[in-house]
Design a protein around this ligand. Structure first.
Ligand SMILES: [Zn+2]
Length: 833
């Protein structure tokens, strides 16, 4: 007994004597070379076991099965009451029903590092920041942590980081290579900035198309921090950047958020002045696009901030323009100083932060800033996907159960219009805790204070989802239910065929699964009625008669159709109006064999968007071939070649192979720069101008502008150049609704235009989706470009020999969030034959 007591005593002494080691003491190469991801985890594990000021939570795993980790750092007393602190905090903003009076409120500060994997100075500094927070000798941080709970995520993008870190370690010798052209500064394609699917996670906060974001946002919304700092790196010659951010600020950014930015800028600058470090603020990084690590927290009531250190491409050491050598240690020092200041300043401001944060949720609910207070999305299959997005953002929405006549703003015509709410229409009210985020995502007109923005300037969800929608200036009293229900398919003695509407991403996914199981599928090319069921164009028909080899036909097919709640079984192929199922208007669809090119020359993120669409959205097999190996490919074993945006430089021989592939019946989907292969080439109909006269006029106009600009000052040149520029705006397009490329899209297609590339309506090709003479646009479009956009084509189909080339001037898969674009791409892949 005595002996056991002694062991316990010794053990507890050992625990209490355990001291957290600094990262330098724990990792011999810290500050000299990049730290491997497993070492980062080991170091944090060491802190957790040696200090009672830090706790660990795993919040998920990435696509490559790496842990996503969050660490709570606060006083031991606070950590014991963590769950109560969280609930009380949520209660203060109306997101939790009760409050535990015995636990005091705390200020919640969230620090995010390394969303861009190759900005590794950010991750390295997370170790130093965490150490200084738990270090018992650092009395200042201990004092702050009595009142503050820090949530620290050392790496938002472990897959991208590891891709970079493993590469840098791979090429590191004992000496560094500070010379610019050394391979240490030339990261190979696709680079570690993005995640597994080559998506930029710092553009994904609102859309949450990626696994890492979805998992992180679950935790984020459980906590709703008051301050969020997003830690990055930029080009290695840049001095340090800290708040305030640059204009444009979104009108929804609250005065207290601006004020905090300004004040923290002042206090950080005094610290940097003392060290003699170079820095800047108020330039370049604006607060507008809602899907960043600074804006998204801002629209959720927090003070969201970006911190940037020079470091991309710096490797272990690099010579900067001023002749100095930038080391990993420099990067760690600057970030650590700035981030500890975030904790310190949040502590000093805690009372103001708490009261402003609470008022933000109360005031925006009762007196919203935006133009509209209710949004109505008409019943549409795409609404299920829209609901998923709203749920991920914790935006409340419900489905109408009654009918009501109203007048309101109609998105698609950009006009006031009378309309009727019907059962199953989706109702989103601004009067809810996330009032601001709701308005930011739904408002059709986002006010820009400055057109020199860093990113897209329009994103309104009704356009992105291609769903008819209205907005009301006032509140709406209407009965609703939380779930959309579907009629249970009628039981019948024997099923003749199944009809699956072609109206959302799941239509394409169902077709993909059917193809993979060798099920014969037809697609309706006309609108037809079977008793009370109306077949829309593109709708899939799976007929028993086409699939005699499938055993247990009904059971097998219905298993696949669970993905699509609105499918309908048919007892007969006899149409009540229009063509019977056996007729010529239901062509059989062929399963495409898809080849996608990757590697140097292909834009990595554009490649990633196509890969993600195929692998995750529709789960369809694809062969991915590096450009260097393209010459070894037997093209005739494929039916579809996808050229994501990029700069392709094919040899004459390779071009000839592509020509042959098309003329023998192959299909090419050419996106953005992929179209250059076909521009002005014999046999294809892609030209920038329809006539010689147009071409001459455009050249002449450019010359006149150049002559005029000779007399203008240098300072205004950047602003003048934006007249021909579009950072990302929504453009109204007309559709040829008889063409399979447009099936399911609706009456109009609102395209997200992110490049100034313009092609006048093509001669000799099908201009399927185009900008009409008069068109609506949302967001910033340069005045000169806006003029040029009239009567240009956005998506065209060029029939060449037996094959086809589909030109995509705009990118329908941009960041994966343009839902109607996902459907459009599905049309190109599966329906256009
Ligand atoms: Zn970054």
């Amino acid at each position: 007994m005595k002996r056991i007591c002694c062991i316990i005593l010794l053990f507890s002494l050992a625990v209490s004597q355990a001291q957290p080691k600094s990262p330098y003491a724990f990792l011999p190469n810290y500050g000299k070379n990049v730290t491997y991801y497993h070492q980062v985890e080991q170091y944090f594990q060491h802190l957790v076991t040696s200090s009672d000021w830090i706790q660990y939570q795993k919040y998920g795993e990435t696509s490559q099965e790496r842990n996503l980790n969050a660490y709570y750092i606060s006083s031991p007393e606070n950590l014991k009451n963590l769950e109560e602190i969280r609930k009380n905090h949520l209660n203060s903003i109306g997101l939790f029903p009760s409050k535990n009076q015995s636990v005091k409120d705390k200020t919640i500060v969230w620090l995010s590092f390394n969303v861009h994997g190759n900005e590794f100075g950010a991750l390295e500094s997370a170790l130093a920041v965490a150490y200084e927070l738990v270090n018992p000798k650092n009395v200042e941080t201990k004092k702050c942590l009595e009142d503050i709970v820090v949530i620290l995520d050392p790496c938002l993008n472990p897959d991208g980081f590891s891709r970079y870190a493993n590469w840098l370690r791979d090429i590191s010798g004992t000496k560094t290579h500070p010379g610019h052209s050394d391979r240490e500064h030339m990261e190979p394609w696709p680079g570690g900035r993005q995640n597994h699917y080559v998506f930029d996670l710092n553009r994904d906060w609102a859309w949450q198309t990626q696994l890492e974001t979805q998992l992180r946002m679950n935790l984020y919304h459980e906590w709703m921090p008051m301050v969020h700092a997003d830690v990055h790196e930029m080009g290695y010659n840049e001095p340090y950047f800290f708040p305030p951010a640059a204009e444009p600020y979104h009108e929804q950014i609250a005065p207290f958020q601006r004020e905090f930015h300004q004040k923290i800028g002042e206090i950080t600058s005094t610290k940097f002045d003392k060290e003699g470090w170079m820095y800047y603020s108020g330039e370049r990084f604006d607060l507008f696009y809602p899907s960043y690590g600074d804006t998204y927290p801002c629209y959720n009531g927090a003070v969201g901030m970006t911190y940037e250190q020079g470091g991309i491409g710096a490797g272990r050491a690099v010579v900067m323009k001023n002749g100095d050598i930038l080391t990993i240690q420099d990067r760690i020092n600057h970030h650590t100083k700035a981030l500890l200041t975030v904790v310190e300043f949040s502590f000093l401001q805690q009372e103001k932060l708490s009261s402003e944060f609470r008022n933000y949720f109360k005031d925006n609910r009762s007196k919203p800033k935006g133009e509209f207070q209710t949004y109505i999305v008409k019943d549409n299959a795409k609404n299920l996907e829209l609901m998923t997005l709203l749920n991920r953002n914790r935006i409340e929405a419900s489905f109408a159960t009654e009918t009501k006549k109203l007048k309101g703003y109609h998105y698609q015509s950009n006009k006031e219009k009378s309309f009727q709410i019907e059962p199953n229409d989706l109702i989103i009210k601004v009067d809810q805790p996330r009032a601001v985020l709701t308005q930011v995502l739904f408002e059709p007109h986002q006010k820009l204070t400055d057109s020199l923005s860093y990113d897209i300037t329009a994103w309104s969800l009704p356009f992105a989802y291609g769903v008819e929608s209205y907005a009301l200036k006032g509140n709406l009293a209407i009965q609703t239910k939380s779930q959309r229900t579907f009629a249970v398919p009628q039981k019948m003695e024997s099923v003749y065929a199944y009809y699956v509407p072609w109206n959302d991403r799941n239509s394409a996914k169902v077709l993909s699964l059917l193809h993979q199981q060798n099920v014969q599928v037809r697609s309706a090319s006309k609108t037809v009625t079977f008793n009370d069921i109306k077949f829309e164009k593109g709708g899939l028909i799976i007929a028993k008669g086409d699939n005699p080899k499938i055993k247990n036909f009904e059971e097998t097919i219905q298993k696949i159709l669970v993905q699509k709640s609105d499918f309908v079984p048919l007892a007969s192929g006899f149409a009540s109006k229009g063509a019977d199922l056996g007729g010529e208007f239901y062509p059989l669809l062929k399963a495409p064999k898809v080849l996608l090119l990757s590697g140097n020359g292909v834009s990595n993120i554009d490649f990633g968007q196509v890969w993600f669409y195929l692998d995750q959205v529709v789960e369809y097999p694809v062969s991915i071939v590096e450009l260097d190996y393209f010459k070894k490919v037997t093209l005739s074993s494929f039916t579809t070649l996808i050229l994501a945006d990029g700069y392709y430089s094919f040899s004459e021989n390779e071009l000839k192979n592509i020509d042959e592939f098309v003329s023998n019946g192959g299909k090419v989907i050419a996106m953005g720069g992929g179209m250059n292969l076909f521009e002005d080439r014999e046999g294809y109909h892609l030209t920038k101008f329809a006539t010689e006269e147009e071409k001459t006029n455009a050249t002449q106009k450019e010359e006149e502008d150049d002559l005029y600009n000779r007399f203008l000052d240098y300072e205004g040149s950047e602003r003048r150049s934006i007249s021909g520029y579009v950072p990302g705006a929504i453009i109204e397009n007309k559709l040829d609704v008889t063409h399979p490329l447009t099936f399911g899209l609706g009456e109009k297609y609102f395209s997200l235009k992110t490049s100034p590339s313009v092609y006048k309506l093509l001669k000799g090709a099908e201009n399927v989706i185009y900008v009409p003479k008069k068109f609506q646009s949302f967001g910033f479009v340069g005045s000169k470009l806006k003029e040029q956009l009239a009567e240009t084509v956005s998506f065209a189909v060029d029939a060449v020999g037996k094959g086809k080339v589909i030109y995509m001037v705009d990118n329908p898969l941009f960041r994966g969030f343009w839902e109607n674009g996902n459907l459009l791409f599905g049309n190109a892949l599966f329906l256009v034959e």
